[in-house]
Design a protein. Structure first.
Length: 392
């Protein structure tokens, strides 16, 4: 029985990894999984080594208070991998956390393939990570078609497998969401990390207050992951508009399908909303010092992937110092009052989303086949009796 050790350090990676686990089992029902993940990976049978909420933080100075916990979790994962001696290690996104684990494993002489899913965004900032990744990984699976050359020039084999968000549409079509009669639905997505919610919720609440004056029949749905449900409920408890926090993938996509518009944290959720046909805008910010640093380090004009692919603002974005309610509210109101404009945004965004699909199969299937191929090639190159033992 082959053992796959799989690590996803945040909710978006948890969703990608759960679909990957399902696709892998479709090809080999005897696979055994262990590692670190969240609620959707648990539904695929993973018993996570610890709660991934410990890892859900972004930014520079934002990480510092949690650094002792993160370092302890790194050591715990490395020790667990040594104990499990997997046939292949699959890591998903969360490059800051993952790269630390990979370095420790390399120093200990790990002798099994290490495959990473979701490339570090070296095209946006920190281009030096491409060369570092090439020294740590056996193979890299990218979501975007233009990413492999950034890493291949340093000798790291890459496979474009596509973005799994394109697999969402079947789930959307089968989901329904009850809405009170006569109400117009607005989705609020303040992020899946505690620090994101605390930064974005006050901004989105102020936007809601401004929208309410012009649109008193708004009904607000706030999709969340189970781990952050209470945090989100507390953050939006002061909202006067009728609102409800919904949890779970089916409820999430049902909310997207019911919504006329959405205010969302920057990230994968923008692609999910596009796949669901939901018009939206994005927002994001860190603390003041991190905002200033990222503004200086970023090498792209846009934060949103659709906008990066289009090289124009198809999806309105309000990031860093522009993440302010007085800027967001007028744009949100204009779009909510203009159905043809919302529809045009969705159609245009979906043309760019289609570029993220691999030919002939789903992204999860392509990723599963890549992992099994890399593991088989590794064994053939070293002989069936390869010793996987890690050095102490």
């Amino acid at each position: 029985m082959k053992t796959i050790y799989i690590i996803a350090g945040e909710p978006s990676g948890d969703i990608l990894a759960s679909r990957l686990m399902r696709a892998l089992r479709e090809r080999d029902a005897g696979l055994r999984f262990c590692g670190v993940g969240g609620e959707t990976m648990a539904k695929q049978g993973l018993h996570s080594l610890f709660d991934i909420r410990d890892l859900s933080v972004m930014g520079f100075w934002e990480v510092l208070p949690k650094l002792p916990v993160i370092l302890r979790r790194m050591r715990q994962v490395v020790a667990h991998i040594k104990q499990e001696q997997p046939d292949v290690l699959v890591t998903v996104d969360s490059w800051g956390f993952i790269s630390g684990i990979l370095r420790k494993l390399k120093r200990k002489g790990a002798s099994f393939p290490m495959v990473h899913y979701v490339a570090p965004q070296v095209w946006a900032w920190k281009k030096g990570r491409a060369q570092k990744a090439a020294k740590l990984l056996t193979h890299l699976m990218t979501l975007l078609p233009y990413e492999p050359p950034y890493f291949e020039k340093y000798g790291l084999p890459c496979t474009f497998v596509g973005h799994p968000v394109s697999e969402n549409t079947a789930e959307v079509r089968s989901a329904t969401c009850p809405v009170p009669d006569g109400m117009r639905v607005l989705c609020i997505l303040p992020g899946s990390r505690r620090n994101e919610i605390r930064k974005l919720a006050p901004v989105f609440i102020t936007v809601l207050e401004r929208l309410q004056a012009a649109m008193p029949n708004l009904y607000v749905l706030i999709p969340s992951v189970a781990a952050m449900q209470e945090e989100v409920a507390r953050a939006f408890v002061s909202v006067a508009l009728p609102h409800r926090v919904v949890v779970g993938q089916a409820e999430r996509y049902a909310a997207f399908g019911a919504a006329e518009f959405a205010l969302a944290a920057s990230g994968t959720v923008s692609l999910e909303l596009t796949a669901c046909g939901t018009s939206h805008l994005i927002a994001y910010k860190f603390n003041y010092l991190t905002n200033q640093l990222i503004a200086r380090l970023a090498t792209t004009r846009y934060a949103n992937l659709i906008n990066i692919l289009a090289d124009k603002p198809v999806i309105p974005e309000f990031v860093l110092q522009y993440c302010r309610a007085d800027r967001i509210a007028p744009v949100a109101l204009a779009l909510m009052q203009d159905a043809p404009r919302r529809a045009a945004q969705v159609v245009e965004a979906q043309t760019y989303l289609n570029r993220l699909k691999p030919p002939g199969q789903t992204p999860s299937a392509a990723a599963a086949e890549t992992i099994l191929r890399v593991q088989e090639e590794w064994c053939r190159a070293r002989g069936a009796g390869t010793n996987k033992q890690l050095n102490k």
